[in-house]
Design a protein around this ligand. Structure first.
Ligand code: NDP
Length: 332
């Protein structure tokens, strides 16, 4: 038997989310030909987990579901020759917690091809603290650099700065010598954002309303976790040939923009997806996280809870009320 968050939905009973004791046979019956058995140690609450646990968006596409798009733990058994009992691994995305039972549970059955072996410098708690949010922040930095951004080019804007992706993005950009400006709706977090490495903090209201198609050029690069008018205004403020990495929709999925920044200033808008991201980029991202993310800064953005706390946190992350990253010790 093992503990898990369990989501159910039916026409008669509607939606429910709670903690259940499940049998190993339930796990086997619901995870098809998955070839690695994982003793999960830590999971997390990401924005997408918040959507799944509150059923506020159709993230879950198979019922019943164990949510949890991130998991870090130790391989218990493997039918994949690339993994052996005792390996420390991290799982991010691949539809886990959406179409395949996830990691807000003491046990998971996953495909070996989804797993990343952790670098020696990252323990399982830190891997979960980084989680999809932190690994997506690293993918954003990689995309900005792949499309020409270099430290010294000028200011880099990070939106949704006090959230999970935003907090890690600030720490990573600062570690690489970039001058980072944080956009937040939480002015009380200015000291937190500066301690992570932001040189300046701006009010997100300056970006979140409809704006002109071309505005004063300011940003050499942007990491946008917010979408909607914020992304449109950020693009309108990017300097000639600057680059924007767009990964989120905290304000909205819409993009009420014009082509002006792209065709008149050569601005590059790069989409970042973590879920189906090829293994090649994942390996680079996790190696770089191990080398570049300061352990003290990671600790400063991380809080910890248990499975019951994860249930309570789900609506809070959707309300933008969780600072940084929330790790879930699934064994507590
Ligand atoms: P968080 O909730 O931790 O952070 C989101 C932040 O966005 C909030 O903390 C808040 O920051 C800001 N925000 C919230 N609501 C609004 C609003 N209405 N208008 C403007 N800003 C707002 O979530 P994550 O960091 O985990 O994820 C951020 C986004 O990135 C989400 O949309 C998520 O779905 C997406 N994402 C996408 C991935 C991908 O693969 N493309 C992977 C991971 C995440 P502040 O208080 O500082 O203003």
């Amino acid at each position: 038997m093992f503990k898990a968050i369990y989501l159910e939905k039916s026409d008669s009973a509607g939606f429910s989310a709670g903690i259940r004791e499940l049998d190993d046979s339930d796990l086997v019956a619901n995870t098809g030909d998955a070839d690695v058995d994982l003793d999960v140690e830590y999971s997390t609450i990401n924005f997408k987990d918040g959507l799944a646990i509150t059923s506020s968006s159709p993230v879950v596409r198979k019922w019943p579901m164990v949510p949890g798009i991130d998991g870090a733990g130790v391989v218990a058994a493997s039918r994949d020759p690339d993994f052996a009992p005792g390996d420390r691994v991290v799982l991010n995305g691949w539809g886990v917690g959406e179409t395949h039972w996830g990691c807000l549970a003491e046990k998971a059955r996953l495909q070996g091809r989804w797993l990343v072996k952790l670098p020696a410098s990252i323990d399982t708690r830190s891997a979960a603290a980084i989680g999809t949010a932190g690994y997506t922040a690293m993918l954003c930095v990689m995309m900005l650099e792949r499309h020409g951004l270099k430290a010294g080019d000028g200011e880099v804007l990070v939106t949704g700065a006090a959230g999970g992706v935003g907090s890690v993005a600030i720490a990573l950009l600062a570690a690489n010598g970039y001058k980072v400006v944080a956009s937040t709706g939480r002015s009380a977090e200015a000291d937190y954002l500066k301690a992570l490495g932001a040189t300046d903090v701006i009010d997100r209201n300056t970006l979140s309303n409809p704006g002109k198609p071309l505005q004063k050029e300011r940003w050499a690069g942007v990491v946008d976790t917010v979408g909607s008018h914020t992304l449109a205004n950020a693009c309108a403020q990017v300097r000639y040939r600057g680059v924007v990495a767009a990964c989120g929709l905290a304000q909205g999925m819409d993009f009420p923009a014009s082509v002006a920044p792209f065709i008149l200033r050569g601005v590059k808008l790069i989409g970042v997806d973590s879920v189906m991201c090829p293994m090649e980029d994942r390996l680079v991202a996790w190696q770089r996280l191990g080398a570049e993310l300061d352990a003290g800064k990671l600790a400063s953005i991380t809080t910890e809870t248990d499975l019951a706390g994860a249930l309570e946190a789900a609506p809070k992350i959707l309300a933008g009320a969780i600072r940084g990253r929330l790790v879930v010790d699934v064994r507590r």
